[in-house]
Write a protein that binds this ligand. Sequence first.
Ligand code: MN
Length: 548
Amino acid sequence: MKPFLPQNDPNKAQRQSSLEKGRKEYEFRYDFLPPLAMLKSVPPSENFSTKYIAERTLETAELGVNMMAVKAHAIWDPLDELQDYEDFFPVLPKPNVMKTYETDDSFAEQRLCGVNPVVLRQIKQMPANFAFTIEELQAKFGNSINLIERLATGNLYVADYRPLTFIQGGTFAKGKKYLPAPIAFFCWRSSGFQDRGQLVPIAIQIKPNLGKASPLLTPFDDALTWFYAKSCVQIADSNHHEMSSHLCRTHFVMEPFAVVTPRQLAENHPLRILLKPHFRFMLANNDLGRKGLVNRGGPVDELLAGTLQESLQIVVDAYKDWSLDQFALPRELKNRGMDDVKNLPHYPYRDDGILLWNAINKFVFNYLELYYKSPTDLKADVELQAWARELVAQDGGRVKGMKNSIDTLEQLVEIVTTILYICGPLHSAVNFPQYEYMGFIPNMPLAAYKPIQEKGDIKDRQALIDFLPPAKPTSSQLTTVFTLSAYRYDRLGYYEEEEFADPNADDVVNKFQQELNVVQRKIELNNKGRLVNYEYLQPRLVLNSISI
Ligand code: MN
C-alpha cells in the first residue's frame, strides 16, 4: 500500500471505498459521559489481537497466585498494624515506595516523578480564596526559612485538590467512604540533596473549605498528625490521578482522534499511516474500561472515594479544562509555572518528557515533510482538511484548542506531536507507575474509610489504620493496579513491518529510533543524579499507544 496524498493518488476509487468503510464502521456517541465524544461500537479490526491477549494473560499470571497466598495467610479484617499492608505481596514484587512512603522526601518526590506528576504548580502569591496569608504561614516557621521571600522569587508550589470538595463519598459494605480535598504547599530549598536543592513539603490544610477552622499543618506537628495530613493529600491525588490525569486526559481525550482518522483519511493517507500504530488497541481498551472499570459495581465504584457518579464528574470537569493546544507539553509546563529549569532544577517528568517531546517533534516533522512540500499541498489535501473539520465539529470529535483548517506544516506538526506525546509518553508516565505507587495501599489509598478530621487530630495508630482501606478494598486495589500496569505491548518508535513501507519513511523511522536511543542514555544519566530512579519515561519502557 503506497502512501499518497489524495491529490496525487492515481487510484481514487480505492480511496473512496476506504473512506466509505471508515464512516460506516466508526461512529460517535455522546450519551455515555456528555459532552465527551466517544466511539459507538468497536469495529472488529480494532479488537485486541490474540498475541496481545495471550501475552497480557501470561504477564498477569502471578497475580492469581499472589492473591491466593494472601487469602491462605488469612490477612483479614481488621488490619491492626501498618505492617499488615506489607503482607499483601507474598509472590508479587514489593513496591520500593514501601520503604520510604512515610518520609517527606518520598511525599515531595511523588509530586515531581510519581504516578501523577502533573498537578504541582508554581505560585507567586497565595492562592485565591485561601484563608491564610503568607505571613501566617511564615509564623509557623520562625527564622528557619524565609517563605515570604521564597514566594516572591517563585519558589513556592502548590498541589490544590479543592476542586474535589464537591464529592460526598460513596459507600462500602460496612459504611461510608470519604474524600479529602486538601491543599498542600511545597518549597524549593536551595540546599539539600547533593547540593542541588530539593523540594520539601511545608504545609497542608486538610479542609480548605472550612476556612481557618481547618489549621495549617506542618512538619512541626506531631508525626501522626503530619502523616495523616500527607495521607489526605495522597488520597485526593489518587482520585485525581485515575479520573483526571489518566482516564480523561489520556484515554478519553485521544478517542475522538482515533474515530475521525479512519473516517476522513484513506488507508494509504500518510498521516493515517503515521497515526495507526499510536492508536493501536486504544478504542478496544477504552471500550473495555467503560464496561469493566467505570461500570456500576466495577473497580472505580468499589474503590474510589466518591459515588460512581461523583467520580465520573471528575472526568467531565477534567475534560472541560482540557484543550489540545494547552496540553502540548511545553505549553502545559509553562501554564503550571514548571518550565523554569533555573528556578526548579529538578523535575524528572519535565526533564525526561521534554527529551521525548523533542524527539517526537523532529520525527513528525521529518515524516510529514516528505509529503507536504508547500502550504499548497496542505490546502489541496481535502482529506486532511475534512479531518480537522470533523475533529472540531460538535457532531464530530468536539476537540477544543484546534482550528478547523490546517494552513501550515508547523501547525500540523504541533497537533500530531501532541497526539503522539499523549498516546505514548504521557500515558505511559501515568499508567505504569500505578503498581509502584498505588499497589502498596498506605502510600496511596483510593479512599478514606473514616470521616476526615480537619485538624488532623487522630488518637493513635489504630485510628490511622481504621482510616485506611480495610483488607477487601486493599486486595481489590492491588489487583486492579497490577492488572492495569503489568503489560507493555510495544515500544515507542518501533513499528511492525507493514507500516512505513515507503522507502523514504524508513530513513525517518531509523533516525527516530536512533534519537530515542540517545534519549534513553540521557535519562539513564539523569537518573544517576536523582533520589529516586525515574524509569517511566525511559523510551524503552514507553509504548506507542494507550493499549492498557
Ligand atoms: Mn491506561
